[in-house]
Design a binder for this molecule. Structure first.
Ligand code: BJW
Ligand code: ZN
Length: 248
């Protein structure tokens, strides 16, 4: 693949930045082989709309379906590797004050070497009791098909079903993660928004707040998004190609 060059104004913004927030969404992990949400209906999510499964109502209606879907995704993420974009973010943190704020429930930033300041929508790797909240240890199920059914394990403390440790629609974001993210955004002079459609709130407020507080906000996304008109620079490129070029 031919190298790609960022706009010189963008390079200046990046070189001059002292406090950076990288705000990532599903597109960050797309080139690792993790399907996104809203590009997804044509691809791997053949039979189910993720927006319909990622709800407390779906869990109440059909726990075995929801649990199997998350277990399948957890196994998928285990099989894939961080991409050059994740690695560029980790390298960048060696020379700059940088906070990774992610909407992703995978662990690819961490596996590339980043410390993640905030997982706004939780993690595939932190299942917990649906009643008492006790964290549960669950072995990865080796060979689930995308949509099977699987009974969730029961909590060791209270025997209620264990649920995925993610944030569904209508649920509050983890307060500590939200607070860390807000602080980082208020303090930053550069925010790089990568691989998010910017349609899910309150996460999508963060780039708007960064703009309002005077930070430079750079969007990296092959497609225009709901955030494009608000940001300072919009670069139509993929995470794994743009981030290494930007940080180099
Ligand atoms: C590439 C690429 C490549 C492709 N390189 N890029 C207004 C204010 C506040 C709240 C609301 C509001 N209006 C509505 C709400 C409620 C709701 C909401 O936002 N709904 C909207 C959809 C309208 N929000 C909530 O319910 C949140 N909670 C909340 O607000 O609590 C307070 C409250 C309580 C009660 C009532 C009301 C309020 C919780 C939101 C939880 C979101 N959870 C999910 C699922 C997590 C678990 C799981 O993984 O299954 O989080 S939904 C899903 O969307 C997931 C993602 O983190 C999130 C964002 O998606 P993301 O990352 O942007 O992915 P995509 O697929 O949308 O976009 C991918 C992008 O990548 C695209 O742009 C591509 O072009 C790009 N791309 N390849 C770079 N190679
Ligand atoms: Zn319990």
């Amino acid at each position: 693949m031919s190298p790609i060059e960022p706009d010189p104004a963008l390079v200046d913004a990046v070189r001059g930045a002292r406090r950076v927030v990288v705000f990532s969404g599903a597109g960050m992990s797309a080139e690792s082989g993790v399907p996104t949400f809203r590009d997804a209906l044509s691809g791997l999510w053949e039979r189910f709309d993720p927006a319909e499964l990622a709800t407390p109502q779906a869990w109440e209606r059909d726990r075995e379906l929801v649990w199997a879907w998350y277990e399948w995704r957890r196994a998928l993420v285990r099989r894939v590797q961080p991409n050059a974009g994740h690695r560029a973010v980790a390298d960048w943190a060696l020379s700059t004050e940088l906070a990774v704020v992610t909407q992703n429930v995978d662990d690819l930033h961490e596996r590339a070497g980043s410390t993640v300041a905030a997982h706004l929508h939780g993690s595939l790797f932190a299942p917990r009791c649906s009643a008492c909240g006790t964290p549960a240890h669950v072995d990865v199920h080796p060979d689930l098909a995308p949509v099977e059914r699987l009974a969730p394990p029961l909590c060791a403390e209270c025997r209620a079903p264990v649920r995925p440790g993610v944030v569904w629609f209508g649920e509050d974001l983890p307060p500590a993660a939200w607070s860390v993210a807000q602080d980082a955004v208020e303090r930053c002079d550069l925010m790089v928004v990568v691989g998010t459609s910017g349609v899910v709130y309150p996460a999508a407020e963060l780039p708007l707040r960064a703009v309002a507080s005077g930070a430079t906000v750079v969007e990296i996304n092959p497609e225009p998004t709901d955030l494009t008109s608000a940001v300072t620079h919009s670069w139509r490129a993929t995470a794994a190609r743009a981030l290494p070029a930007l940080v180099a």
